[in-house]
Ligand binder design. Structure first.
Ligand code: IVH
Length: 703
C-alpha cells in the first residue's frame, strides 16, 4: 500500500468518525456542536475522497445513508430474536389485575422473597409508529426489518439507513459480535402534515394518520423518497449474546430495562426522553394519568403507555404467553371517537380543482378540542361509508390530528334519507366536474374558476413560496370576488388607494402589503417555481428542477425539446414531466410567465446563488470537465444516451474504448471486456449513483 493511500484511508476514517459524531449530536441528542457550513465542507471532502478512491467507502460512511432503489421489492427475512407483541389493558382496573397477577406469579416462581426495590417498573410511551428490528454485526448495522408476523419480516435495510437517528455503527470500541435492537420508527406530526399537503397538491390519496404514512414510507422502493420524509426512531429494547460482557468503563452489561435504555443511549440511539423509573403502583398510575393529557403536546403520536418490569431476572421468572411477555403491558388510551349528527355537506374546491366533500356536524368534544367539521376525502370515501342526509356519524381524530368520519350508524338513519353524492357541477363556477380514469379526485378543470384562482393566490403567497405577509384568505376572497385580481401577476399591480378602499384594510396595512409584495420578488428561483403551483411540483421537485435549470426559459425549452434530459434528475418521473409539458404549453401560463418577468421577477437563480452553485459545481465538474469517460454495461436508471448527454453538458467526453486517457469507467450491470481493461489499467471505476453525484444530480449534502 502506498503511503499516500494509507494517508487517504486515515483521513477518510477521521472524517467519517467526526461526521458521524456530529450527526449523532444533531439528530439524536438535539445538541449540535458543529456549524452546518463546516459539516458541509467536511462532508464534501469525504465525498471527494470517496469519489477518487471508491475503496474508501465503508458501509457506515454518512455518504451511504441513501442507497439504490429496490427494483424487485423487499425480501422476507427471519428475525434472530422474534418480535413479540404486548397484551393490552384499557383502564386502571385491568392494569391493577395485571400487576397483582404478575406479582403472584413471580413470587411463586422465586424461591426467596423479592426485595421491594426489584418491583420497580419502567414507564415508557407507546409510540404509534411501526416496530423495527435492527441487526448489528460487530457494531455495524447490517440489517433492518419490519415486524411482519413476529418471526419473519421484510428486509428494508436501505430505507432504514436513511433514518438519521439510526446509527450506522455503534459508539463502542468492543462491540458484541451481534446485537439486536428493537424500537419504533415514526413520522413526526409536522412531517405528516407536510407530506399530506404535498400529496394533496399532487392529487394523491392522503394518508389517514402518521402511522399509516410511516408504514407506507418504510415500504417505498426508493430510499431517496424515504430520506425526504424524515422518519425518526426511538429504540426501546436490546438483545445481546448471552456470554457477552461490556469491557469499557462507560458500559455495563444491562441487567435491567433501565440499564438497557442507558446502554442504547450510550451506543448512539435515541431513547424517548419521557421514560420514567416507577417505584410502586401508585407511580405507575400517576405516569399513566399524566400522559393521558400531556401526550397531546408531543410532536409525535402515541396511543398509550407501556409498563415493563425493570429487573431482567424477574422478567425471566414471569416469562411469556404465546405472543406477549407477561412482564410488560400496554395501557391504551381510549380512541378519541364520538358520535354526532350530520348537518350538511360542503364541497371545497382546492387549488388544483380537486373537490373535497366536508361533513359539517353538531359540535362534539374530541381529545380535548371541539370539532364540527371533518373531511370525507373524495367520492370513493363517500360511497364506502354510504353516507345519507341526516345520518348519525362516528367521528375520530386519526393520529390525534385530523378529524375524520369513520362510519355511519345506519340504525339511526332517518326514513327516506337521500344518499350523499358528489355534485356533477363545480359548486363555485358551475362547470362540469371531471374524474379522470384511475384518479382519486374529482376536479373542476375551468382555469378561471374563482376557487382555483383563490387557491393559486394563497399558494403563491404562502410561507413556503413567496412568503407574503398580510395577504390572508379573507383578503384574497375579496380581491377575487370583486374581479380585482385575475392572476398571480395582478397582485403586483394593486395600488395603494385601491387596497385602502377594501374592507378591513387601513393605510398602514396596505402600505405593508405593498412592501411585502415587492420584497417577495427577491425570493429564490426554486420558491418562485414552487409558487406557480404546477401539478406534482412540490417543494422537493421544485428544488431539484431549480438546481438543474438556472432559469425558466431553459426549463421550458428543455421540457419542450428534450424531456428525456429531465428524467435523470432525482424524483422527476414521467408523470411530472407530463404535467410540466401541459403547464408550459398552456397559453395562459405562458402569458403569466411573460407578465411576471415584466414585473421584475427573475424566475432564475440569483447572482449569489449562481456563485455558490458554480463554486460547488466547479469543485465537482473539475472532475468532469475535460475528462474522458467510458460507459459500460446497463445502468440502472440512465440510458446510454442520457448519461452521455449529461456528461457532455458538464464538459466531459465520452469515448467507446478504454485507454490510458480514460479517467472514469462508469460500470452498470453485465459488463465485460471494458471493465476488465479498466481494472488492468488502474482506472477509477464508478457506478451510476457515483456518476450522478459527480454530475450533482443528487442532493448529496442531504444526509
Ligand atoms: S415493547 C416484548 N415498548 O407496540 C416487547 N413496544 O403493541 C414488545 N411499541 O409491536 C414491545 N412503543 O411496535 C414496546 N415503548 C415501547 C413501545 C412499543 C411502541 C409498539 C411496538 C409493538 C407494539 C405492541
Amino acid at each position: 500500500m502506498s503511503s499516500s493511500l494509507t494517508e487517504l484511508i486515515q483521513r477518510a476514517e477521521e472524517l467519517r468518525n467526526l461526521l458521524n459524531k456530529a450527526g449523532h449530536a444533531y439528530y439524536v441528542l438535539d445538541a449540535p456542536f458543529m456549524e452546518d457550513s463546516i459539516y458541509d465542507r467536511l462532508y464534501r471532502e469525504l465525498l471527494d475522497l470517496e469519489a477518487q478512491q471508491p475503496i474508501l467507502i465503508t458501509p457506515d460512511s454518512p455518504s451511504q445513508r441513501i442507497g439504490e432503489k429496490a427494483e424487485k421489492g423487499f425480501e422476507s427475512t427471519k428475525h434472530r430474536i422474534p418480535l413479540l407483541s404486548l397484551d393490552n389493558a384499557f383502564n386502571l382496573e385491568e392494569l391493577k389485575n395485571w400487576y397483582s397477577k404478575l406479582q403472584k406469579l413471580v413470587k411463586q416462581r422465586q424461591k426467596n422473597n423479592v426485595e421491594s426495590s426489584h418491583w420497580e417498573m419502567v414507564g415508557e410511551l407507546k409510540i404509534d409508529g411501526n416496530a423495527l428490528a435492527l441487526s448489528y454485526s460487530n457494531g455495524v448495522l447490517v440489517k433492518a426489518a419490519t415486524r411482519g408476523d413476529g418471526s419473519q419480516g421484510e428486509e428494508i435495510t436501505a430505507n432504514v439507513r436513511t433514518i438519521t437517528s439510526v446509527p450506522l455503527s455503534l459508539q463502542i470500541n468492543n462491540p458484541p459480535q451481534w446485537l439486536e435492537v428493537r424500537g419504533e420508527a415514526f413520522l413526526p406530526n409536522q412531517q405528516f402534515s407536510a407530506i399530506n399537503k404535498d400529496r394533496e397538491i399532487k392529487g394523491e390519496n392522503l394518508f389517514a394518520n402518521p402511522r399509516n404514512a410511516c408504514a407506507g414510507t418504510l415500504r417505498q422502493l426508493d430510499p431517496k423518497v424515504v430520506a425526504s420524509r424524515h422518519l425518526d426512531f426511538f429504540a426501546y429494547s436490546i438483545h445481546l449474546p448471552e456470554k457477552w460482557t461490556a469491557q469499557e468503563k462507560d458500559f455495563c452489561t444491562p441487567t435491567e430495562q433501565w440499564q438497557a435504555l442507558e446502554f442504547l443511549k450510550a451506543v448512539g440511539f435515541k431513547v424517548n426522553p419521557n421514560t420514567e423509573l416507577l417505584k410502586n403502583f401508585y407511580e405507575v398510575q400517576t405516569f399513566f394519568s399524566k400522559w393521558e393529557t400531556q401526550r397531546q403536546t408531543l410532536a409525535y403520536a402515541t396511543d398509550g403507555v407501556v409498563i415493563k418490569l425493570n429487573n431482567f431476572d424477574l422478567q425471566q421468572k414471569a416469562g411469556f404467553t404465546q405472543k406477549a411477555p407477561r412482564w410488560a403491558i400496554a395501557l391504551k388510551y381510549p380512541a378519541a371517537e364520538a358520535p354526532s349528527k350530520l348537518v350538511k355537506i360542503t364541497y371545497q374546491v382546492g387549488r388544483t380543482g380537486a373537490v373535497t366533500p366536508v361533513a359539517e356536524f353538531q359540535p362534539i368534544s374530541l381529545a380535548g378540542t371541539s370539532v364540527s367539521r371533518a373531511t370525507l376525502h373524495n367520492a370513493d370515501r363517500l360511497a364506502a361509508i354510504d353516507l345519507h342526509d341526516g345520518d348519525t356519524i362516528i367521528i375520530r381524530k386519526a393520529g390525534e390530528i385530523i378529524p375524520e368520519v369513520v362510519r355511519v350508524l345506519q340504525e339511526l338513519r332517518p326514513a327516506n334519507a337521500k344518499k350523499v353524492q358528489l355534485p356533477e357541477h363545480c359548486p363555485e363556477c358551475q362547470s362540469k366536474l371531471i374524474r379522470a380514469k384511475n384518479a382519486a379526485a374529482t376536479r373542476c378543470i375551468n382555469t378561471s374558476c374563482p376557487a382555483i384562482l383563490r387557491g393559486a393566490l394563497s399558494h403563491w403567497v404562502s410561507k413556503e413560496a413567496m412568503n407574503v405577509e398580510g395577504l390572508g384568505k379573507k383578503l384574497i376572497e375579496q380581491l377575487v370576488r370583486r374581479g380585482l385580481v385575475k392572476s398571480i401577476a395582478n397582485l403586483y399591480e394593486l395600488d395603494i388607494s385601491l387596497l385602502i378602499s377594501l374592507e378591513r384594510m387601513g393605510p398602514k396595512s396596505a402600505e405593508n402589503l405593498i412592501a411585502a409584495l415587492s420584497e417577495s420578488k427577491k425570493q429564490p428561483w426554486h420558491k418562485q417555481l414552487y409558487g406557480l403551483g404546477i401539478h406534482h411540483i412540490g417543494e422537493t421537485n421544485a428544488k431539484a428542477l431549480a438546481n438543474a435549470f438556472p432559469n425558466v426559459s431553459e426549463l421550458a425549452a428543455t421540457i419542450c425539446k428534450s424531456p428525456e434530459l429531465i428524467q435523470p434528475i432525482y424524483g422527476i418521473g414521467s408523470e411530472i414531466i407530463q404535467s410540466l409539458e401541459q403547464w408550459f404549453s398552456n397559453p395562459s401560463n405562458q402569458e403569466l410567465i411573460r407578465h411576471l418577468k415584466q414585473l421584475g421577477f427573475s424566475l432564475a437563480t440569483t447572482k449569489e446563488e449562481r456563485t455558490i452553485n458554480s463554486i460547488q459545481k466547479n469543485a465537482l465538474s473539475n472532475q468532469i470537465k475535460g475528462k474522458t469517460f467510458v460507459l459500460t454495461g446497463t445502468l440502472p436508471t440512465l440510458s446510454r444516451n442520457q448519461a452521455k448527454s449529461l456528461i457532455e453538458r458538464e464538459g466531459g467526453k465520452v469515448t467507446s474504448s478504454v485507454s490510458t486517457n480514460t479517467e472514469y469507467v462508469v460500470a452498470g450491470e453485465q459488463t465485460g471486456r471494458k471493465l476488465k481493461k479498466a481494472i488492468e489499467l488502474g482506472i477509477t471505476i464508478i457506478n451510476e449513483s457515483e456518476l450522478k453525484k459527480l454530475l450533482s444530480l443528487e442532493n448529496i449534502s442531504n444526509m
